[in-house]
Design a binder for this molecule. Sequence first.
Ligand code: NAP
Length: 197
Amino acid sequence: MGGTFDPIHFGHLVTAEAARHEFSLEKVIFVPSGLPPHKKGYQVTPAEHRYRMTVLATRNNPYFAVSRVEIDRPGYSYAIDTVLEFRKCYGKEVELYFITGADAILEILTWKDVNLLLQECQFIAATRPGFHLERLQEALPGLPVEGRHRIHFIEVPALAISSTDIRKRVKEGRPIKYLLPDDVEEYIRCHDLYLEG
Ligand code: NAP
């Protein structure tokens, strides 16, 4: 489960649990990105904060784990490097699924080594309410047919919640309760996150 998680919220947690159930996954490993290659203009919160919030949010689910693989790797976080590392760790026989937001998948043709990536893992793209699947149909023809078949979609109504909206709410002094776990809300308050920017 890849994401910037700035911050993690219930939409991400519902997505992970839905994917685990629908695809009979043994576990879901959350991988907060270190330095996202596609966010050169936006000031992402330091990785250590995003990692700690992800740990707090996932600790009550025995099927969830959090990996530091991207935040401990220097340089930009490319999905292919992460997937190859998991492949090395879990072996050739294991089926890997990369879960993330459908908006991120729209850009997959620009990702590093996309063909190898699609050989090594399948994708689960979570769509927000109001997401137009036609946008994907327009974006994906650039991929070989066998690659397209390895991208699956799940609709997640809880993704009406978004990290961007939560950051905006904090900055404007509006409530974020019920959008993310209490522990994460407390972490944001204790560390004065999202007050500027
Ligand atoms: P993003 O561009 O910030 O997010 C795109 C959309 O997807 C946002 O609406 C976001 O909502 C949603 N989203 C992100 N992660 C999600 C998740 N795990 N579950 C459900 N929705 C999610 O995307 P990002 O978080 O930076 O990147 C997503 C993943 O793609 C990361 O693992 C990143 O490393 C990978 N990626 C790799 C490359 C590459 O290898 N070249 C390039 C781009 C992205 P929220 O803002 O609410 O999360």
